[in-house]
Design a protein around this ligand. Structure first.
Ligand code: CP3
Length: 348
C-alpha cells in the first residue's frame, strides 16, 4: 500500500506500520559514495537530476514507505546572504557568522522560486519519478536550529554563542528568528506547491534549551510557521532530539506528527504528546550497529509498545550514521513490515 505513510500521519488505520529513515540517502550507501567521489555535497544538492538520483537510491534498495528530498537544512542560508560550505571532517562552515544586530539586519528574506529554485525543481522531477511508488517528504530546518548554525558558524557542543546572543540581544534574537521563520514558512509552502506530500521541520538541536527558554525564545516563532503550513492540509512532522522535557511544548507549537527520540519509551512520550497527534520514531540509530537479533528485539519492543495504535511512523530517533551497515537497515525495514503484519489489530 503506497500511501500507508500518509495514512499513519493522519492516524488512519494501515495494513502494516510504515517506515522510513532520517538521512536514508547518504554516505552509508555505496551508490551515494560513488556519486560523492565525483561531485561535492553542494553540487549534488544544486543539480536537480543528481539530487533526484540520490533521493531514489534508498527507495530502490530499501523497503521504505516514503522518499525524502535530497537537500540540506542549511541551503536557505546562502540566498539569505550567509554562504557556507561543507568542510571535510568538520561539517558545515558558515563563512561570516551572524553575531550582531547589523548582521541580522543584513539577512534577506527571499522568494523560494528565486533563491532555491533548484530544490523546487528537484521536487517536481521526483513526483514524476515516484508516482505510485511512495509519497515524497520535503523538509526545512527550524528557526532555532538554523540560528544556531548562523551564530556558531558551524557545529557546536554547548551552543554558548547562540545562548549568549539570545540572552544579551533579545530583540535582535527575535528579529533573527522572525526572518528565519518567514523564510522557512515560504520555503515549506513552495515545497508543497512543487509536490511535497508531507514536510518535516528539523529542530535538531532544540533539546539544548530549558522548557522556559524554549517557550520564551523559540516556541512563538515555530508556532507561526507550523500553523501556517498545516493550513495547506499536508501533514507536518515536527522533529527534535534530546526533547524529552520539551515534548508538550513542541506539541503546543504544532505538528501533525511529533518526532520522538530514543531516550523515552515511545508509548510514554505519545501519552504526554496526546493521542490526537501521530508520532514518529524512535529507534536509536546506534543500535543499528548491534548484532541482528538485538536490532530485531529492539524494533519488536517499539512495535509492541505502540501495540498497533493508529498514527505511528517507524523511524530512527535521529539520522542514520555514515558507518551504518546497509544490510541491517534493509532487514529492519523488512522486519517492521513483516512483524506488524503478524500482529492482531488493536482495539480502537
Ligand atoms: O534524510 C535524507 O536522506 C535527506 C537529506 C538530508 C541531509 N541533511 C543530507 C546530508 C537531510 C534531511 C539533512 C538535514 C540536516 N542537515 C540536519 C537535520 C537532521 C539532523 O541530522 O539533525 C542538519 C543538522 C543538517 C546540517 C548538516 N548537513 C550537517 C551537520 C552536515 C555534516 C554532517 C557530516 O556528518 O559531515 C551536513 C551534510 C550532509 N547533509 C550530508 C548529507 C548526506 C553529508 C554530506 C557528505 O556527503 O559529505
Amino acid at each position: 500500500m503506497h500511501d500507508r505513510f500518509l495514512r499513519a500521519c493522519r492516524r488512519e488505520p494501515v495494513d502494516v506500520t510504515p517506515v522510513w529513515f532520517m538521512r536514508q540517502a547518504g554516505r552509508y550507501m555505496p551508490e551515494y559514495r560513488a556519486l560523492r567521489a565525483r561531485y561535492s555535497m553542494l553540487e549534488l544538492c544544486r543539480t536537480p537530476e543528481l539530487a533526484v538520483q540520490v533521493t531514489l537510491q534508498p527507495v530502490r534498495s530499501i523497503a521504505v514507505d516514503a522518499a525524502i528530498l535530497f537537500a540540506d537544512i542549511l541551503l536557505p542560508l546562502e540566498p539569505m546572504g550567509a554562504p557556507f560550505d561543507f568542510a571535510k571532517g568538520e561539517g558545515p562552515v558558515i563563512f561570516e557568522p551572524v553575531r550582531s544586530v547589523e548582521a541580522v539586519e543584513r539577512l534577506r528574506v527571499f522568494e523560494p522560486e528565486e533563491g532555491l529554485g533548484y530544490v523546487l525543481e528537484t521536487l517536481r522531477l521526483l513526483r514524476g519519478e515516484l508516482e505510485g511508488r511512495c509519497p515524497l517528504i520535503g523538509f526545512a530546518g527550524a528557526p532555532f536550529t538554523l540560528a544556531s548554525y548562523l551564530i556558531e558558524g558551524g557545529k557546536s557542543s554547548h551552543f554558548e554563542k547562540t545562548k549568549l546572543f539570545m540572552y544579551s540581544e533579545p530583540a535582535a534574537w527575535h528579529a533573527l528568528l522572525e526572518k528565519l521563520s518567514e523564510v522557512t514558512r515560504r520555503y515549506l509552502r513552495a515545497q508543497i506547491t512543487a509536490g511535497a506530500q508531507a514536510v518535516q521541520l528539523f529542530d535538531s538541536w532544540v533539546g539544548q534549551l530549558s522548557v522556559d527558554d524554549y517557550r520564551t525564545y523559540v516556541q512563538p516563532h515555530v508556532k507561526g510557521v507550523l500553523e501556517d503550513v498545516e493550513r495547506t492540509g499536508v501533514p507536518v512532522i515536527h522533529f527534535g532530539t534530546g526533547t524529552a522535557t520539551l515534548l508538550e511544548s513542541m506539541r503546543d507549537a504544532g505538528g501533525t506528527v511529533i518526532g520522538v527520540d530514543w531516550r523515552e519509551p515511545l508509548s510514554a512520550a505519545w501519552k504526554r504528546i496526546g493521542h490526537d497527534r501521530a508520532v514518529q520514531g524512535n529507534f536509536d540509530p546506534c543500535a543499528l550497529f548491534a548484532p541482528w537479533p538485538t536490532v530485531e528485539s529492539r524494533a519488536k519492543a517499539i512495535l509492541d509498545d505502540v501495540a498497533g495504535r493508529p498514527g505511528h511512523v517507524f523511524n530512527l530517533g535521529h539520522g542514520i550514521l555514515p558507518t551504518t551497515p546497509v544490510d541491517t537497515v534493509k532487514r529492519l525495514a523488512d522486519f517492521v513490515h513483516s512483524y506488524a503484519g503478524q500482529r492482531e489489530p488493536s482495539e480502537p
